[in-house]
Design a protein around this ligand. Sequence first.
Ligand code: AMP
Ligand code: GLY
Length: 433
Amino acid sequence: MNAPAPLLSPAHVLVVGGGGRENALAWALARSSGVEGVWVAPGNGGTAELAGCTQLAIAETDHAALLATCQAQHIDLVVVGPEAPLAAGLADTLRAAGFAVFGPGADGAQLEASKQWAKALMVEAGVPTAGFWKANSREEAHAALDAQGKPLVVKADGLAAGKGVTVAETLEEARAAIDEIFEGRFGNEASLVLEERTHGPEVSVFALSDGERMVLLPPAQDHKRIGEGDTGPNTGGMGAYAPAPLLDQAGLEHVRQLVLEPTLKALRNRGINYRGVIYAGLMLTESGPSVIEFNCRFGDPECETLMPLLGPELAAVLLACAQGRLDQAPALSIAPRCSACVIAAAEGYPGEIRKGDRISSQLISSDALQLFHAGTRRDEHGDCFSSGGRVLAVVAQADDFDAAFEGAYAGLAQVHFEGMTYRRDIGHQVRSN
Ligand code: AMP
Ligand code: GLY
């Protein structure tokens, strides 16, 4: 008997995760051709508001319950948003049970989950990246630092939710960062990478891969620092815009050939069938693009910024990636527009945050303006409250960046919660005012 023909587009989709990224993914997938229903686990305060979406109170760590949901809802495609469940092997578990999953297995997720592993892969692939030294003990790390005699970038090896990197200005700061890693979660078992500091603007590039082939999304620029003028501590990202003019079509093609294709090939050489996002965080240095980091998922808030630009083929393209047949997928249409995203964070973010504030919103989403929820929850009366560091993402699209940011900030003026914190200068690189 012949195997049944693979589905062209999924009817039932499960999105795993509960941040702004997953809210945007669910919204975009629910709008995709052929999609009849999207289930989101665990979702957030915005999930149930999205047309066609159902929220499930299942944690991303509960692999058994997620598998049972796939079976009960006849899920055709699972899209795993965050890195932690990918590194924990959720995609492996669901694939082993026969489900199509967009997101790498635990083997491929090491691209993000281990800096040492990722650096070794980059060297193997010949991908440009800053010079580095590995260390598996505090003594080894200090010795490597002393041998260099200059402040280096200190990177904890494991998943650190955006908090594992210190760009040290002084040797003392680098020493303190090393000590902090060995006094932290993994104690003496910790490991790290010391890296040469590189300079230049940063841009994020996302490749959707089926293990053999890839489709690139428009490059996006994130704003990592909490403060205006790119000052203060690092955050998960306070806003973004796309397409980042830093990389034009030729620049993006160059990155494909220089970074993404060799990386995918090196993954294949290790026997890894990588079906998901390869997120390259690049620094555009004087000597060309250099990989700062790889992630195994969409960026947040880059995902919120990009999703509104993508066409209704998205679900079919992600399914084709999950099935290893991107060559048979419809072309992913990308609106030739500018997209601008501003994050509203809780007071105190990225430090100790204020939570539990009621969110009021007059914002009505349209084709050119979206409100995505991140750290929010609803109470039993349906009222919405802040519950995380990054609370909301407002995203707008227009023909130029001035109009897109005007739209995003006008949208932001229609939402409120006590202590709402945001940067007014997101997109300063591309705005004329
Ligand atoms: P990450 O937590 O891996 O996203 O890194 C946080 C930030 O640290 C990056 O966005 C860069 O701004 C900075 N960074 C990481 N590696 C380097 C490096 N080698 N040189 C300069 N800055 C770096
Ligand atoms: N916005 C950066 C990240 O998702 O890692």
